[in-house]
Design a protein around this ligand. Structure first.
Ligand SMILES: [Zn+2]
Length: 288
């Protein structure tokens, strides 16, 4: 895939993918459509009538970050579990797209971003004329929560360095460093699936969450074992998925980032707080 990095991109025409939401268990069809220059990514709930159904993919629209990144507009219309789709947009350099959804939650599909990469590639990624602007980080901004932290610092390009640490031997401590470059996301990150713990399933169900989760869309861990018959696609699939989530969450900046992201045990809440902290300090960034 060739990609001119310094101009904006959209898609050539519509394409769709359907499936159930991992938390709601409800079916939804996602249809991506072309969008104009500087439109960004905008979700549109086609099943909602009589009130504003569009939800721009921006950090300020994020309302909850428990078990996924969820956004709500001023009319109270929500879209949940947006991060895997947004990671595909960020990873393929698709700046502007309308994402129509006929339900409350993005389909989980195989638990990775790969099906979203496929739907965007099927739609055809096309160059636009306007220059692409990046959120250039001018000084370090950090959010800390105990041992967890997430930090953005100045740096050329967009590099992410993260670590996760789980007691189970199935995961343990895993680290990854990744630099955004044409083709790199699809090759190294997009296929990494979400994961969960069997002992938490009941608790999640009691909260009305995880109702669509299964071994078709989640790597399931019990004790030190992985229950999926097919096992992992790579030993470090877990940290690769966490990186995928970060890339999706950070695209809620409203575009790509020019800087270095470093984190220990990042999560959706930390990522959203980090973006809000950047935007709260005008000296910490410039769109350039
Ligand atoms: Zn995820």
């Amino acid at each position: 895939m060739s990609q001119v990095i310094n101009t904006q991109h959209t898609i050539a025409g519509p394409a769709s993918v359907s499936g159930i939401g991992v938390h709601t268990g409800k079916p939804a069809r996602l249809t991506v459509r072309p969008a104009g220059e500087s439109a960004g990514v905008v979700f549109v709930r086609t099943d909602v009538a009589g009130r504003a159904a569009d939800i721009p993919a921006l950090a300020t629209m994020v309302t909850t970050t428990e078990l996924g990144t969820n956004m709500t507009n001023a009319a109270g219309v929500s879209v949940s579990t947006v991060e895997h789709f947004l990671a595909a947009c960020a990873g393929l350099g698709v700046d502007n797209v309308v994402a129509e959804l006929d339900g409350p939650e993005l389909p989980i599909l195989d638990g990775s971003s790969r099906p979203f990469v496929e739907v965007l590639e099927q739609a055809g990624i096309v160059q636009q004329s306007a220059a692409r602007k990046a959120l250039r980080i001018l000084k370090p901004v950090e959010i800390r929560q105990g041992v967890k932290f997430a930090r953005l610092s100045p740096g050329a390009g967009f590099t992410l360095k993260i670590a996760i640490d789980f007691a189970t031997k199935a995961i343990g401590r895993q680290e990854i460093s990744f630099t955004m470059a044409p083709g790199a996301f699809a090759r190294d990150i997009a296929w990494a699936r979400t994961f969960g713990f069997a002992h938490q399933a009941e608790q999640l169900h009691a909260m009305g969450k995880g109702l669509g989760a299964s071994m078709d869309n989640t790597v399931v861990i019990e004790g030190d074992q992985i229950l999926n018959p097919g096992g992992l696609q790579a030993q470090d699939e877990f940290v690769r998925h966490k990186l995928l989530d970060v890339i999706g969450d950070l695209f809620l900046a409203g575009g790509t980032i020019e800087g270095l992201y470093e984190a220990e045990q990042p999560g959706h809440a930390l990522n959203n707080q980090l973006l809000r902290a950047v935007f709260a300090d005008a000296a910490s960034y410039v769109w350039a």
